[in-house]
Design a protein around this ligand. Structure first.
Ligand SMILES: Cc1cc2nc3c(=O)[nH]c(=O)nc-3n(C[C@H](O)[C@H](O)[C@H](O)COP(=O)(O)OP(=O)(O)OC[C@H]3O[C@@H](n4cnc5c(N)ncnc54)[C@H](O)[C@@H]3O)c2cc1C
Length: 376
């Protein structure tokens, strides 16, 4: 019997597997597709919330832990796999932020780098930005990471661990329980009618936007629902942009090789991942307003992903009552790539009963707290 069975191999499941594998435990991870191909592939990879002062202190604590650990995580993955997720500290320039003073006092309180900058600074950082900006907020230490490569590196890392088994293209269909424990799961390949049963001592659900559906099978409500986000990709002629720009919720992210991402829409549309013309227009218009010289340029790609939306403003990380051996790590919503290292570590601290890296109570799946995580 396996020690740990993880359902879902997005960034959250992959990193939980890595944490638990380091103890020498026997891990099996199941994904209905190829790991890292859902929201964790679709995201922009900004290693910061868009408007960090809109979040609770608990999220800030989790985010700060992740931000501090990211560079080491990337180095370790490059060393172990040779795959470079291109973690890049580009800084984040926030234009037309409504609540600058609130932002600056948040930064002072949490010791985060943020300053109010003038037009000279803005146009030095972003010479091709549309004219007319007199001030902005600047966060110099914000990074972005190529999330598809990060997931690829993690997958490769886990494939090399003798105590980890990745089972891809196998979908969880059903869950067996007795009164206080999960006793097994039933899985199936999409193209086959045969099913297989697997059991483990402990079960950790990291199923992103599918978490509510799956937890319903054991009569538990974890309110994580899909929130679609569409993105556009541009090939810049010369590097028109070298820093992340953010205005009115729309952002542009420069990658190291001259590609630039523009995001993102926020659509409450269940499990629909189709791309649409109105979203292309909405995002294209935001790009044209920020970088007028891209007005005639068509994006080279458009895609959509399903964020694991949580309306309580906090992810769900912890043990799921009434079961002794069921855990969940999901609902990181717009910040899953940022929060993943800390979320995975907190999850493993809770499971292994280690001293937790942050106070776990706010993330307890049984506690309902209201906030405004969805607004930014
Ligand atoms: C457009 C967009 C932009 C974003 N930008 C950013 C950003 O800049 N910074 C940031 O931090 N975050 C960003 N995010 C959010 C981030 O991508 C997510 O929060 C994060 O990827 C969630 O990871 P996850 O592992 O929980 O979910 P996922 O990556 O969705 O993984 C869940 C996994 O569970 C598997 N699964 C589901 N059901 C089953 C089943 N029945 N059986 C087996 N497996 C199953 C799925 O196949 C999937 O692989 C963005 C998201 C989107 C869509």
């Amino acid at each position: 019997m396996h020690d740990f069975l993880i359902v879902g191999g997005g960034i959250n499941g992959l990193l939980v597997a890595r944490e638990l594998a380091s103890t020498g435990a026997d891990i099996i991870l199941i994904d209905k597709g190829v790991t890292g191909n859902e929201s964790s592939w679709a995201g922009g990879g900004i290693v910061s919330p868009l408007y960090p002062w809109h979040y609770s202190a608990a999220v800030t604590e989790l985010a700060s832990w992740s931000q501090a650990k990211y560079p080491n995580l990337i180095d370790e993955l490059i060393d172990a796999t040779g795959i470079d997720p291109q973690y890049s500290v580009t800084g984040l320039l926030m234009l037309a932020a409504q609540d600058e003073q609130q932002a600056l006092s948040w930064a002072r309180k949490f010791n985060r780098r943020m300053e109010l900058v003038d037009a000279t600074f803005i146009y030095e950082k972003a010479p091709r930005l549309a004219k007319g900006y007199e001030s902005a907020l600047w966060m110099s230490d914000v990074a972005n990471v190529r999330n598809p490569r990060l997931c690829k590196a993690l997958r490769e890392f886990l494939l090399r661990q003798s105590n980890v088994r990745l089972v891809e293209r196998m979908e969880l269909l059903d869950i067996s329980t007795n009164e206080s424990r999960l006793t097994g799961i039933e899985i199936k390949h999409p193209a086959s009618s045969e099913t297989e049963n697997i059991s483990a001592r402990n079960y950790i659900f990291c199923a992103g936007a599918w978490t509510f559906q799956l937890m319903q099978k054991v009569g538990v409500e974890i309110n994580v629902h899909p929130v679609k986000g569409q993105m556009l990709l541009y090939q810049q002629q010369e590097s028109a942009l070298t820093t992340i720009l953010l205005k009115n919720g729309y952002y542009l992210i420069p990658r190291k090789d001259g590609l630039m991402l523009a995001g993102s829409t926020l659509e409450y549309s269940e499990f629909d991942k189709s791309i649409t013309a109105p979203a292309r227009e909405e995002l294209g218009s935001a790009v044209r307003q920020l970088l007028p010289e891209l007005a005639d340029q068509e994006p080279v790609k458009q895609w959509a992903g399903l964020r694991p939306g949580s309306d309580r403003g906090l992810p769900f990380i912890g043990k799921v009552a009434p079961f002794e051996n069921l855990f969940v790590n999901a609902g990181q919503f717009r910040n899953g790539l940022l929060l993943a290292p800390a979320s995975a570590r907190l999850m493993s601290d809770i499971i292994l009963r280690n001293e937790p890296i942050v106070t776990p109570e706010p993330f307890d799946p049984g506690i309902s707290v209201g906030s405004n995580q969805g607004n930014t």
